[in-house]
Design a protein around this ligand. Structure first.
Ligand code: FES
Ligand SMILES: [Fe+2]
Length: 410
């Protein structure tokens, strides 16, 4: 398939055809043009693989990837597929592979650059069998990607046409990433994974959708934690693909008690509101910053809970959402406790984020039979420019502004 089989509706980025969430041909095209196209995908934190031979497995789109630390300290990203019969090579989530990656099926061995270095029984036994004399090991390495790091996070791309990673992230959103991560050494506090019964784009849109937060998430409204009237805004990259929203909400003691103790519903409150005893660790009073890098990476700061989210497509109507909860090596003990406690706000069963895990599934179920119809994305107008408020779907429109030309939806 060369081009999408249907046109984009009139209305530009303010209309999204439901078909983009259900059409298997669109999904195939995304594999080639988005995930193997001129974009970058988050792979792992560099600090997760500190020593030579350390590896971590992940996905670029749906393609299995193994990221490995070389002897010289550099990082390689390889497609995690053996060049013999196509088996996975690295089988664990992470580990240390020594100086070679060896496929378990027939023990073909690859060095940490992915070069094929050993084929058992290559010369046969006593002159019988074996590979042909002309078999060239050099032609059969594991496929290697371009890899680069920003703020201690490793990204990879299949595409030679992708701009340098820093350019892909851009100065505006790169600065917001630096605000949270800086040059500090990252420490992984834990990970979670959840299956979403919806197309991957519905979750990516959800993270960019600042309109829903105080409406969908009843934990916020019940305990009067977040209001759209709180100061905040949305930064959107020029091409629309990347965004960072932020807000400054009341989070600390208010008239002698934590705000969460006073519920919007009479007689209903948190007995222990210490989950809101956050520190203003970046010194700017921003309590929530949600940031995304096209196509499927999210960095969150919710109070002191810092997490990376990977939105991994698993077919057209299923998604795996991987969360990596972070702290920093130089955190004191109290800060680490705060981060772990506040991790309860997010993740698969998070007080705030659990609704995000099902709302995409509700959309996916409801659009069956309405594939010719479109959704409406007009809150805040038609543009995807940065705004000084969050009552806007600007960054959702930005996503489509980046997506459409890549996919050929003009
Ligand atoms: S499939 Fe890997 S060695 Fe045969
Ligand atoms: Fe949400």
């Amino acid at each position: 398939m060369d081009e999408p089989a249907f046109p984009w509706p009139a209305g530009g980025n303010t209309r999204v055809p439901y078909r983009v969430y259900t059409d298997t041909e669109v999904h195939e095209l995304e594999k080639a043009r988005i995930f193997a196209g001129p974009t970058w995908g988050f792979l792992c934190a560099a600090s997760e693989i500190p020593h030579a031979g350390d590896y971590k497995t992940t996905f670029l789109g749906e393609v299995p990837i193994v990221v490995v630390r070389r002897k010289d300290g550099g990082i390689n990203a390889l497609v995690n597929r053996c060049s013999h019969r196509g088996s996975l090579v690295a089988l664990q989530n992470q580990g240390n592979t020594g100086t070679a990656l060896t496929c378990v099926y027939h023990s073909w061995a690859f060095d940490l650059d992915g070069n094929l270095t050993g084929v058992p029984f290559r010369r046969g036994i006593e002159g019988k069998g074996g590979m042909p004399a002309g078999f060239d090991l050099k032609q059969h390495g594991m496929k290697r990607l371009r890899a680069a790091a920003f703020c201690g996070l490793v990204f990879g791309t299949m595409s030679e046409a992708a701009p340098p990673l820093e350019e892909h992230i851009g100065g505006l959103i790169g600065g917001r990433m630096q605000r949270v991560l800086g040059d500090r050494k990252l420490k992984v506090l834990g990970t979670t994974s959840q299956v979403l019964h919806n197309n991957w784009k519905l979750y990516v849109e959800n993270t960019k959708d600042t309109y829903h937060a105080s409406l969908l998430h009843s934990f916020f409204s019940t305990f009067k934690i977040l209001r759209l009237t709180a100061e905040g805004g949305i930064h959107v990259s020029e091409d629309g693909g990347n965004h960072a929203s932020h807000s400054r909400n009341k989070q600390d003691k208010d008239q002698g008690e934590y705000v969460g103790l006073r519920s919007a519903i009479d007689g209903f409150g948190l007995k222990d509101a210490s989950i809101f005893a956050a520190r203003d660790e970046f010194g700017d009073g921003i309590t929530v910053q949600i940031l995304s890098v096209f196509p499927n990476f999210v960095l969150q700061q919710v109070h002191n809970s810092i997490a990376l989210r990977q939105v991994l497509p698993k077919g057209v109507d299923q998604t795996e959402l991987l969360w990596t909860f972070l702290g920093f090596e130089d955190d004191d003990e109290e800060m680490q406790r705060l981060r772990l406690k506040q991790a309860n706000l997010v993740g698969p069963a998070g007080y705030i984020s659990m609704e995000d895990g099902c709302v995409g599934g509700w959309v996916q179920r409801a659009i069956v039979g309405s594939e010719q119809d479109d959704s409406v994305v007009e809150m805040g107008g038609a543009s995807h420019a940065s705004t000084d408020n969050r009552i806007s779907e600007a960054s959702v429109r930005g996503f489509w502004n980046r997506y459409r030309p890549l996919m050929g939806f003009e």
